[in-house]
Design a protein around this ligand. Structure first.
Ligand SMILES: Nc1ncnc2c1ncn2[C@@H]1O[C@H](COP(=O)(O)OP(=O)(O)OP(=O)(O)O)[C@@H](O)[C@H]1O
Ligand SMILES: [Mg+2]
Length: 294
């Protein structure tokens, strides 16, 4: 895998301007799940890599033959931006789905750079949804209903990018998904708030979605030069064991640059350490999940 991606980087660098050679196209396809896996990516702590992980895992999976939908559930619309998808105020968006009962099919658009990758965009309107949902019928399960009404089984994966809170938007994502992926930044305070997140998951499981399972933890922004990062990683592994992916995402400037070009790092710089790591992490998700979810 690494070798293949290294080669691809050479092609990328020598490709004519405006052309991007995608590494995944030349790799073998990864196993595809028997039915759609809906994976919620949540952590109420801000800036831990939720969006970066949603976008780059989704891009990697799509590049390896899967049909993937990213649902942007954050009013900031960062996942929409990173996928190069329009999300100005007039664009039909996940707000219309949650509040106006618009079918998901009417808002889903293809991501421009990567075949098989789609996005349900978020606009700033969504900031009001947190309040507007309160008075709605079945306020916690509106996303689940929309997904059920949509032909989601045409996708192998639906990845839901959550805002940094445990409000109704995140609860909708926890009710709508069967798997929870928690990105954890390898920094001090990383584990603070995790207890609260797990308690929320337990409540959702008890009352709203018995199928919810904390399937995956991904360590992000790992700085190998610091002892602190290694300590945090050790702590998380000793707490959560095999749920933690073996692959750790390093801090990489290329990862943080990519969104400003409306791209995932997988197309922006496929040979960078960040792209290689996200590809490895996505491969783990695809390979371990294929057995876990029938
Ligand atoms: N591996 C990485 N290396 C370098 N920078 C990174 C990496 N992962 C994420 N970043 C940067 O860190 C910041 C936070 O990442 P991101 O937006 O993915 O977090 P988030 O959890 O979605 O944030 P929010 O809670 O605001 O939604 C961004 O500027 C992003 O570009
Ligand atoms: Mg985000």
């Amino acid at each position: 895998m690494r070798e293949a991606l290294k080669d691809a980087k050479v092609s990328h660098e020598t490709a004519p301007t405006g052309t991007t050679v995608m590494p995944g196209r030349r790799d073998r396809e990864w196993p595809r799940p028997g039915r759609c896996r809906v994976i919620t990516i949540a952590n109420q702590k801000g800036g831990v890599g939720k969006t970066t992980s949603s976008v780059n895992l989704a891009a990697s999976l799509a590049m390896h033959g899967a049909q993937v939908l990213v649902v942007d559930l954050d009013p900031q619309g960062n996942a929409s931006t990173a996928l190069g998808v329009d999300h100005h105020a007039e664009v039909p968006s996940i707000y219309d789905v949650l509040i106006e009962d618009m079918p998901l099919a009417d808002i889903v658009v293809a991501a421009p750079d990567i075949p098989n990758l789609f996005c349900a965009p978020a606009t700033l309107n969504l900031a009001g949804a947190e309040i507007e949902l309160v008075s709605k019928v079945a306020r916690e399960s509106r996303l689940q209903r929309a997904l059920d009404a949509y032909d989601k089984d045409k996708y192998d994966y639906v990845l839901i990018d959550c805002p940094p809170s445990l409000g109704l938007l995140t609860v909708n994502a926890l009710v709508g998904g069967e798997e929870l992926l928690i990105p954890i930044q390898c920094e001090y305070y990383a584990l603070e708030g995790l207890g609260q997140l797990i308690r929320t998951v337990d409540l959702v499981r008890a009352h709203l979605n018995p199928h919810l399972n904390v399937s995956t933890i991904l360590l992000t922004m790992y700085d190998a030069r610091t002892r602190l990062a290694a300590q945090v990683a050790d702590d998380v592994r000793s707490h959560f064991g095999d749920v933690v992916l073996k692959t750790v995402i390093p801090r990489s400037v290329r990862v943080s640059e990519a969104p400003s070009y409306g791209q995932s790092v997988m197309t922006y710089d496929p040979g960078s350490s960040g792209a290689l790591a996200y590809s490895e992490a996505a491969s783990e998700v695809a390979h371990r999940g294929a057995g876990a979810v029938q």
